[in-house]
Write a protein that binds this ligand. Sequence first.
Ligand SMILES: CC(C)(COP(=O)(O)OP(=O)(O)OC[C@H]1O[C@@H](n2cnc3c(N)ncnc32)[C@H](O)[C@@H]1OP(=O)(O)O)[C@@H](O)C(=O)NCCC(=O)NCCS
Length: 149
Amino acid sequence: MIHIATAQDITALLSIENASFAGDRISRRSFRHLLGHGNTLTLLDARVGAPRGYLMLLFRANSSVARLYTIATHPDFLGRGVAAALLRRAELAARERGCDRLRLEIRHDNQASLGLFHSRDYRIFGQYADYYEDGMHAHRLEKPLAGAR
Ligand SMILES: CC(C)(COP(=O)(O)OP(=O)(O)OC[C@H]1O[C@@H](n2cnc3c(N)ncnc32)[C@H](O)[C@@H]1OP(=O)(O)O)[C@@H](O)C(=O)NCCC(=O)NCCS
């Protein structure tokens, strides 16, 4: 059910994005730009007519650190392991690209996301003040990717 998203999946990605985030949303235009960029990998979990969740990774040339740019599960499918499965696939994909660490930012008030990443061995290593549209701070999290090539 998880596949690499292409421009044909933008409507599905938007439906998850718009249902999952109140602000700082990725627009159709930004999705088009990001999906066309060689340094991103977007994984989508979807059945026909039912997009369940997605995740986007960013890679930088000459860097062994991959960035988890966003992850979201559609509200209809929360708590069923959708995000956990996407994250497993993303860690594998990052290792295959030669990365040895995965990093991301999480809002201080996002308990579900903190629960997800803490339970999958991500650790807080820093903060960004006033990081989001509404002024909320961000935790910076990181996980070493075992077995990275
Ligand atoms: C965070 C989010 C992606 C989790 O998605 P999900 O598909 O419901 O998560 P899963 O069912 O795969 O759960 C995996 C783990 O996350 C943690 N978790 C999930 N929901 C949680 C909650 N409400 N509170 C605390 N921990 C939670 C649990 O540790 C769970 O592991 P377990 O089932 O082994 O106990 C989802 O809540 C979401 O899309 N939120 C809105 C968008 C968002 O905030 N994205 C993150 C931006 S950094």
